[in-house]
Design a protein around this ligand. Structure first.
Ligand SMILES: *[C@@H]1O[C@H](CO)[C@@H](O)[C@H](O)[C@H]1NC(C)=O
Ligand SMILES: *[C@@H]1O[C@H](CO)[C@@H](O)[C@H](O)[C@H]1NC(C)=O
Length: 466
C-alpha cells in the first residue's frame, strides 16, 4: 500500500515537472508556431490591398574607404537600419510568457526590396543577405540592421582640385514596389556620423537625408511614382597634403622659371636650363594626370602647368631664333625697321628698359669716323723738287732713303686701310648682334611679364577658390 502511494506520488511529481518543462520550453516555440504557421514571406505584410507599407531607413557612415577620382566611385562602410510594421507578426506578450520581442534570421520573413541606386559593386546583390538577423517586437515592429560596404558612383568635379568639395548621393529605394505599395521615410533629418572614423583626405561637411517621390513612368501601370530616401554626402578635401606635395613644388618651379628669362639668350646655358625645367614640368603633369579623371574639365593646377610650359617653350624658341639670327658666320641680318621701332623704342621704354634703338645709334656714333690718312703725295712732290735741284751728293742719298721710306709708308697705309675696313665690318656686325640681343631681351621681358601675369592670376584664382 505504502509502495503504491509512493509510486503515485513520484508519478505526479514527474508529470508536474514534465508539464512545467514543456510549458517553459514551449512559450517561444508556441509563439514561433503562432506567428509562422500561416505566414507567407512572399506577401507584403499589410491588411488590405490599398494599405501602404511605410519603411523607415537610417544610415550611419563609419568610414570612407576610397574616393576614386579616376573611376568616379565612392567606397564607404555604412551601417544600414530599416524598420517597418509587419501586421502579420503581432502577438500579446501575456499569452506567451512575457515575450515582447523575438530575434529571428532575416530569411524567415518578408523584406522590402530596397536597393542603392548608385551601386557599382558587381559582387553586391541587394540587401537580402540571409546571414543577417532581424528583431520582431510584439506590435509587429521589425528592425533590420546590417553593416555593409557600398561602392557607389559619384560625379566628381575636380576643376578646383585640390581645393574642391564633392557631393555624393546615396539613394535608397524599393526597386519594384511602387509608391502606392511602399513608402519611405528617413529615421532622422541626417545620416548619422557618430561612429565616423576621421579620413585623412576627406572631411564630411553634411550628410542630409531627403525623401522623394519620383515618377518614372516606364512600368506597366504607367504613372506610378516611386519613393526613395536620398542621403547627400558633402565632402571637403583636406588640401594640406596636396599643397605640400603638389602645389608648393610647382610654385617653386615657376619661380625658378622666371630666372630663365633673365639669362642672356646667346649663352647656351639658357637652352639646357630651360629644357630641364620644361622636363620637370612634364613629369609634374604626369603625376597630376595620375590623380585626375580623364575629363575635359581641366583643374586650375593643370591649366597653370600647361600655361607655364607654353610660355617656357616660346621663350626657348625665341632664344634659338635670336642665336640663329645673330650668328655672324651666317652673315648678320639687320633687324627690320618696324620691329626696331616697335620693340626697341616703344616697348623697351614701356618696360622701363630705356630707348634701346637710340643706344645702338649712340654706339655707332662713338665709333671712330672715316679715317683720313695723311697726304703723303705732298711729301713725294717735295722730294722730287729736291731731287731736281741736284745740290749735294749727301743730300742725294738722303733723298733716296726718304723716297724708300715714303714707299714703305704707302704700303703700310694700304694694309692699314684694309684692316680698318675689316675692323669696321666687324664693328658693324657686333653692333647688329648687340641689337639682336637687345631685341631678344625685350622679347624675353615681354614673356616674363606675360608669365608673371598669368602665374599671379592663376594663383589669385586658386586663392579665391580655396
Ligand atoms: C509560459 O507561459 C505561461 C503562461 O503565460 C506561464 O505561466 C509560464 O510561467 C511560462 N513559462 C516560463 C518558463 O516562463
Ligand atoms: C509602426 O506602428 C507604430 C504604431 O502604430 C507607429 O508608431 C510607427 O510609426 C510604425 N512604424 C512604421 C515604420 O510604420
Amino acid at each position: 500500500m505504502e509502495l503504491w502511494k509512493v509510486f503515485l506520488w513520484s508519478l505526479g511529481v514527474q508529470c508536474w515537472w514534465l508539464t512545467g518543462c514543456l510549458a517553459s520550453r514551449g512559450n517561444d516555440t508556441r509563439l514561433y508556431h503562432h506567428l509562422f504557421n500561416h505566414y507567407k514571406k512572399a506577401l507584403r505584410p499589410v491588411q488590405g490591398p490599398e494599405d501602404m507599407l511605410m519603411v523607415e531607413i537610417g544610415v550611419t557612415l563609419t568610414h570612407i574607404i576610397d574616393m576614386n577620382e579616376k573611376h568616379q566611385t565612392l567606397t564607404a562602410n555604412i551601417w544600414m537600419t530599416m524598420a517597418w510594421n509587419d501586421s502579420h507578426l503581432t502577438w500579446s506578450p501575456e499569452e506567451f510568457g512575457g515575450f515582447t520581442a523575438l530575434t529571428l534570421p532575416a530569411s524567415e520573413i518578408w523584406k522590402p526590396d530596397i536597393v542603392l541606386y548608385q551601386n557599382v559593386d558587381p559582387y553586391f546583390n541587394g540587401w537580402s543577405t540571409d546571414d543577417t538577423y532581424i528583431k520582431v517586437s510584439s506590435t509587429g515592429y521589425i528592425l533590420w540592421e546590417m553593416p555593409t560596404v557600398t561602392m557607389s558612383s559619384c560625379h566628381l568635379d575636380v576643376s578646383n582640385f585640390p581645393f574642391d568639395t564633392q557631393t555624393c548621393v546615396l539613394k535608397f529605394g524599393p526597386w519594384i514596389h511602387s509608391g502606392k505599395e511602399l513608402d519611405m521615410r528617413s529615421m532622422a533629418d541626417e545620416g548619422s556620423l557618430e561612429s565616423f572614423i576621421d579620413h585623412p583626405e576627406w572631411e564630411v561637411g553634411s550628410f542630409k537625408a531627403k525623401r522623394h517621390m519620383i515618377w518614372y513612368g516606364e512600368d506597366f501601370n504607367i504613372g506610378t511614382p516611386y519613393a526613395d530616401v536620398t542621403f547627400k554626402l558633402v565632402l571637403k578635401r583636406k588640401s594640406t597634403f596636396y599643397v605640400f606635395n603638389l602645389l608648393l613644388p610647382c610654385l617653386l618651379l615657376t619661380f625658378v622659371m622666371t630666372a630663365t628669362f633673365f639669362l642672356p639668350s646667346n649663352c647656351g646655358e639658357k637652352l639646357s636650363f630651360g629644357v630641364s625645367l620644361l622636363l620637370s614640368m612634364v613629369v609634374f603633369q604626369l603625376v597630376l594626370t595620375d590623380v585626375l579623371p580623364e575629363s575635359d574639365n581641366l583643374p586650375w593646377i593643370g591649366r597653370f602647368v600647361i600655361i607655364t610650359m607654353i610660355l617656357m617653350a616660346v621663350s626657348l624658341g625665341m632664344s634659338v631664333f635670336v642665336m640663329y639670327s645673330c650668328d655672324s658666320s651666317m652673315g648678320a641680318r639687320t633687324i627690320p625697321g618696324w620691329s626696331r621701332k616697335v620693340f626697341l623704342k616703344y616697348v623697351a621704354t614701356l618696360l622701363l628698359m630705356g630707348d634701346l634703338s637710340k643706344q645702338g645709334a649712340a654706339e655707332s656714333a662713338d665709333n671712330p669716323g672715316e679715317y683720313s690718312p695723311p697726304d703723303l703725295t705732298t711729301l713725294n712732290s717735295v722730294d722730287k723738287n729736291k731731287h731736281n735741284d741736284n745740290t749735294t751728293n749727301s743730300s742725294d742719298k738722303t733723298t733716296l732713303a726718304l723716297y724708300h721710306m715714303v714707299n714703305n709708308l704707302q704700303s703700310v697705309q694700304q694694309n692699314l686701310s684694309g684692316l680698318l675696313v675689316h675692323a669696321r665690318r666687324m664693328e658693324k656686325n657686333r653692333a647688329l648682334e648687340r641689337e639682336w640681343r637687345s631685341l631678344a631681351k625685350v622679347l624675353d621681358r615681354i614673356c616674363m611679364l606675360l608669365y608673371l601675369v598669368t602665374a599671379t592670376s592663376c594663383l589669385i584664382a586658386f586663392a579665391t577658390e580655396a
